[in-house]
Design a protein around this ligand. Sequence first.
Ligand SMILES: [Zn+2]
Length: 280
Amino acid sequence: MTTPPDAQARRAVAPVLVYPPDTLDPPDLTAYRNARSQARKVSEVVVQPREGGCFRAGAGQFFRITSVEGPQVGDLNLWAANDLSERFFSGKTRALHGTHVGTGDRLWSCLPYLRPMATIVEDTLDWYGFDQYGGGVHDVIGTRCDPYTHRLLSGGEYHHCCHSNLTRALAGETGLPVTEAEGHVHDVLNVFMCTGFRRDTGQYFMKASPVRPGDYIEFLAEIDLLGALSACPGGDCSSTHSSDAAACFPLLVEVFEPADGALRGWSSPEPNGYSRRHRD
Ligand SMILES: [Zn+2]
């Protein structure tokens, strides 16, 4: 390999944002919070350690994920409640909002729907920002721990990776066979997980989550949602995952219904309007 003589000049070219912040209309967080202040709780699910659980939130309802008992990371999947082919699109959410999401960011659905599925209304870990290692909280860069990668790297069998927990939870909720449910499981929002990339090597890293019991992240469901959450076997993901070695704790999911008419001016977004002709 030879380095070209103008290598430094090429590297010195200034970057431009692919999707500048003014690309998207911001959500009306004030209206969302006003509606939330009068909302009443309609359901809750406790996701047990190293297990998954499903919940449903209708368009215009709020759902909150809370750390209880001890620091714990959660892996979140979202589908349109009436169509599992519309699911959370981690990659485009990352492109639009960055590697880690927080208050005001949205979780987008896959092509060809590409609409907001949920909007983050409150995040008690917004204060974390990015640390000295480049780590941040709630990433859309990881995929989910899974038994295939585990087998590839260790040769063993482990059935409580987030991929399997989400698969079992979806199968239980929908009645689908596990092998069919598995095909609907997708790249996650890593709730409460603290991750980043090393600047020198580009390698993906994790570190102990700053989450503490009582911390939560709350969303407005922009469309009717079916959600699945796994309490990752990595616990706070400070050292290991894909095993029973880490201390793990439950996660609480609560759904809240605002008062009639409280979300004035809001309407559930339609699927993306592109014609899908793909040619002139
Ligand atoms: Zn996991």
